[in-house]
Design a protein around this ligand. Structure first.
Ligand SMILES: [Zn+2]
Ligand SMILES: [Zn+2]
Length: 325
């Protein structure tokens, strides 16, 4: 499914099989998650996408061919391809464990072709072996919603009372991790989204309500997954002194002007950008131990436009995943 240019729908097309580089694996894809970032790429919210482009950065597939330098994976092995597809390895960010900030990084389904396809190639150094016990479709959302959610959760520190704004794919996974860690979750959805609020309560949230409503008590931190800048000030107003508001999305509407008094008291506002391979290793170790499950709604590859529409309209419970034959 090809995106010719931002602002367009995806087009079903036959394209040549990608050529496998020396550090790359050729994967036959079985599942690929649909992420909000895909909508941002499609809408032209992110600068300079590859064009034409195959979206998708939560790829699960089996190795069918490997390059000469590939030693980590065998033909026939299942693996996952995340958003981070390449880094330079020597800039000041790469050199001190912050490869997620690399200036030369390439991203799957954005500046590299991704997984809304039957086959893809990926640099083995950025792929993850996937824990047993997850089906291909269940494993797919762990590769971004899970990983980025996990990075955001770590950035929220030891917060005991944690607010989550936007209860989609990442929130539903990270709520399970946070509950297993003994934290209290306050889940905020779009005003009136009763189904989303019920879903949050089912997953163990202590309280769920409209994003415009106050939580039942102050929060020690908040994670914002919804792409709405106004939620930063909403969250700050309900965050205790010393607390952190973490913005986990790649794009947000502008942040409204706000009084310094709501930041005062050593509150922090920060963003989360991309992932490091270390985040992935930690998360894929932790998720099965904590019994984290992704709830998935399946769509056929050729229905990718429909899946994206459902996501845009907030009609997906858990994560949307494309499945291939
Ligand atoms: Zn994503
Ligand atoms: Zn770098």
């Amino acid at each position: 499914m090809v995106l010719d240019a931002p602002g367009q729908s995806l087009r079903q097309a036959e394209v040549p099989l990608p050529v496998t580089g020396v550090d790359e694996v050729l994967l036959k894809i079985s599942a690929c998650g649909v992420c909000r970032t895909d909508l941002h790429v499609m809408d032209g919210d992110l600068p300079k996408p590859k064009q034409p482009l195959i979206l998708g950065h939560e790829i699960v597939g089996v190795v069918v061919e490997k390059g000469a330098r590939v030693e980590r994976f065998a033909v026939g092995q299942r693996l996952g391809v995340p958003w981070l597809g390449h880094t330079c390895g020597h800039c000041r960010y790469c050199a001190n464990g912050r490869e997620n900030l690399c200036d030369e990084a390439l991203f799957t389904g954005y500046t590299l072709d991704g997984g809304y396809a039957e086959y893809t190639v990926a640099d083995q150094r950025y792929c993850f072996p996937l824990p047993e016990g997850y089906t291909d479709a269940e494993a797919a959302p762990l590769l971004c919603a899970g990983l980025i959610g996990y990075r955001a959760l770590v950035a929220a520190g030891g917060a005991e009372r944690l607010g989550i704004y936007g209860f989609g794919a990442a929130a539903h996974i990270i709520t399970q991790v946070a509950r297993a860690q003994g934290r209290k979750i306050f889940a905020f959805t779009k005003p009136g989204d009763a189904a989303g609020q019920r879903f949050a309560i089912e997953l163990g949230a202590t309280w769920a309500g409209d994003s415009t409503a106050p939580p039942p008590e102050q929060m020690d931190a908040a994670i914002i997954f919804a792409p709405v800048g106004a939620l930063i000030t909403q969250a700050l107003r309900h965050t205790a002194k010393g607390g952190t508001v973490v913005c986990a999305g790649i794009h947000m509407s502008d942040v409204p002007k706000f009084p310094y008094s709501i930041l005062w008291g050593e509150r922090t506002v920060r963003s989360i950008a991309n992932l490091t391979r270390r985040d992935g290793e930690e998360f894929f170790d932790l998720a099965p131990k904590l019994g984290v499950r992704a709830e998935v709604e399946l769509f056929r590859l050729e229905s990718a436009n429909e899946a994206l529409d459902c996501l845009r309209q907030g009609r997906v419970r858990g994560a949307a995943v494309l499945v291939m034959d």
